[in-house]
Structures are given as C-alpha cells and as structure tokens.
Design a protein around this ligand. Structure first.
Ligand code: MG
Length: 363
C-alpha cells in the first residue's frame, strides 16, 4: 500500500515541475478542506488523508464510478475500509457504479463476487455494474438494431446473430443472455496446429459470423490463435471486437508480478489476421457514451468521478467522457510510473485530476 511518503514524493515532483505555483501546490497534500476546485491544468490535486479525501468527494461529486481490480481489491484482498466507504457513500445518496474491463465474469457473477466481498450490509445490485462483456453485448445489440433498420438484414432470413468468442464461459454466458448465438473453441484439449492439419481443417462448418469477440482467455493457445485467425481471414464481414486492451495486471508484492491482460491476446490475433480490433472497453468512446447516456443517468459528467488505478484505461476513459478522474495507488500505476510519464510529457497517458493513496479513504 502506497504511503504518505509516496504522496510527498509525488508532491515534491509536481512542485519542482511548476515552481511558479509552489505556494498553492504545497497546500494540496496537507488539507483540501473539501472546497478546493478541480484544477484544469496538468498538475493533479494530491490528497493524502481520509479527512481531505472524503470532504473533497462529498463536496464535488454526485456519482462515483469505481474500477474494480486494483481499486476495491487487489487479487483477493479488499482495500482497507472499503466496505465502510461504500456503505457511507451509498447512504449519503451518492450514485455508486462499478465499471470493469474484466470480461471473464458475467454481470451477475460480478455482482455476486462484490456482494460476497462487501457483505449484506452493503447491498449492490446488478444494475450498478457494467463489465466490458456487458458493454460488448450492448454494442452488438445496437449494431443489430441499426442493421435491421437499414434493412441490411432481412428479418425472415436473419434468425441469429452469430458470435465467435475467444474468452471465458462467463463472457459466453453474458452474450447468450442477450440472445446471441455463441460459438467458441471446440477442439477440446488440443493446443497445437501443424501445416497438414490446418490444410485439412474445415472452416466451412462455421456459419456466417457477425462478430468475433476477444475477451481474456487464460487457456489461450496456438491452435486457438490459428482458428480465429482463419475465421477473421475468411469472414471479412465479421466485425472484430476486443472487450478491452489491458496490457497486464499486477499480482502480489515485492516484487509484484505481471499477469498478461486481454490486450496481449488481441495483439497476437491482430498480427496474425492483419485485422484491427475495435476496443469496446475502457477507454472507448462507445463505453463513455453508453455509461453517460444510457446506463448511468448521469446529469453532470464533471460531478462524476471515475476512480481507477490505470492511466491508459480508467483515467483516459474519464477524459473521453468529460468526467473527473481520480487515481489510487493500490493497483497498476506506481508513484515512480506517474513521475516517469509526467516527465516524458509525451501525452501517451493522461494525468488524473486527483491522486490519493487508496479508495478506502473516500468516506
Ligand atoms: Mg483496475
């Protein structure tokens, strides 16, 4: 868990960067008093203790959108005071939502997981949860409606939307819940493919595929890569979707180990198929529009705070939707990484509006 020392290190970095606003910035760590307006410049507001974080949240935001892994919990470990924080935010009439790029679980499975973690005193409904698998299903549904309105698909001939999935049973279930005909890998334990076998492989058994969806398949192998590559190659009308492009998650501490994310699998398929996936998860414009207009009933994006642990997904997503953003230091992004990115100023990864040590300080 990142400490106050880490926050001081960050503050020292931003002070050095912008000496002209030294006096103003030096007050940022000490106490925001809940009255500090969001800064429009590049330098994030740094808050280090519960009093300043919670009063800032209470004062400035109506809706809180939490990323899950690295924010609410890390692996199987809950962030300290997280249950109390959620209970307090909900009881003070904050609109609380959960938005995860994890496509491995259906929305119902995620709701059950969160409910197990936070207990019955902190009720969480399926409606509060948006996963990238659920977003992906909604994207395809929208496309289906658009296509039928444009008479691309004749209702008499188009009975099913066929989706080929590289991903988990949870992702397949979420898509089936929406009525899609889900096809997936069916070669059992086989994991390799040689030239002779591929030459004999019958791709004509596949029906016309409308979408190829890649979520995180932790059993991904060369044979699966070979099959999905050839489906994409032969079925040019199939739209290639990625539930997310996350590079990795961190596991454990000292040193943390990198667990490759879905982006690494999507990239493998992109290279072999020479087709580019459309990313539906954070930070996509589709998802930003979906949560703001259709699901969250959010009236004022600026009074909506996206709380995440990744700059390239969570914080970039907030910027995409015109929302405010907070980075916590319990996940992928370390203080050293923030400083490195900020020094580069390459705009590769956006800076958040606020940084605080962990989400359990929010109430
Ligand atoms: Mg995360």
């Amino acid at each position: 868990m990142e400490s106050i020392q880490s926050m001081k290190k960050l503050n020292a970095h931003f002070l050095m960067k912008n000496k002209s606003s030294r006096k103003q910035d030096s007050n940022r760590v000490a106490d925001a008093g809940g009255r500090m307006p969001l800064k429009n410049g590049k330098i994030p507001v740094l808050l280090s203790d519960r009093g300043s974080v919670s009063s800032f949240i209470q004062e400035n935001f109506d809706t809180i959108v939490f990323d899950c892994d690295g924010v609410l919990y890390r692996g199987s470990h809950l962030i300290p005071n997280m249950t109390e924080t959620l209970t307090s935010l909900i009881s003070s009439d904050k609109h609380v939502m959960f938005l995860t790029n994890n496509a491995g679980l259906s929305r119902l499975q995620l709701q059950q997981k969160l409910q197990r973690l936070f207990g019955q005193n902190c009720p969480i409904s399926e409606e509060q949860i948006i996963s990238s698998s659920y977003a992906c299903a909604n994207y395809m549904k929208e496309k289906e409606i658009q296509a039928s309105q444009q008479h691309k698909w004749n209702n008499n001939s188009k009975q099913n939307i066929n989706v080929y999935v590289v991903g988990t049973a949870g992702l397949c279930q979420e898509l089936r819940n929406f009525g899609f005909n889900v096809l997936t890998y069916s070669d059992g334990d086989k994991y390799n493919m040689n030239r002779d076998e591929l030459e004999e492989y019958n791709f004509f058994d596949f029906p016309p595929i409308d979408f190829v969806v890649c979520g995180l398949d932790t059993n991904f192998n060369y044979r699966k890569l070979c099959i999905v590559t050839n489906i994409l190659d032969q079925q040019k009308d199939a739209e290639f979707l990625a539930t997310n492009m996350d590079s990795f998650d961190l596991v454990g501490d000292s040193p943390a180990k990198k667990l490759p994310g879905n982006g690494s699998i999507v990239k493998a398929i992109e290279v072999s198929s020479q087709r580019k996936a459309n990313n539906i998860g954070k930070p996509s414009a589709f998802l930003a529009n979906f949560i703001l207009k259709k699901h969250g009933n959010i009236r004022n994006p600026l009074r909506t705070l996206m709380v995440g642990d990744r700059l390239d997904t969570d914080i970039a997503f907030a910027k995409m939707g015109g929302m405010s953003s907070a980075l916590v230091l319990t996940g992928v992004t370390t203080v050293d990484k923030i400083i490195e990115i900020d020094v580069e100023e390459s705009m590769r990864e956006p800076m958040p509006d606020i940084i605080f040590p962990h989400a359990g300080l929010m109430a």
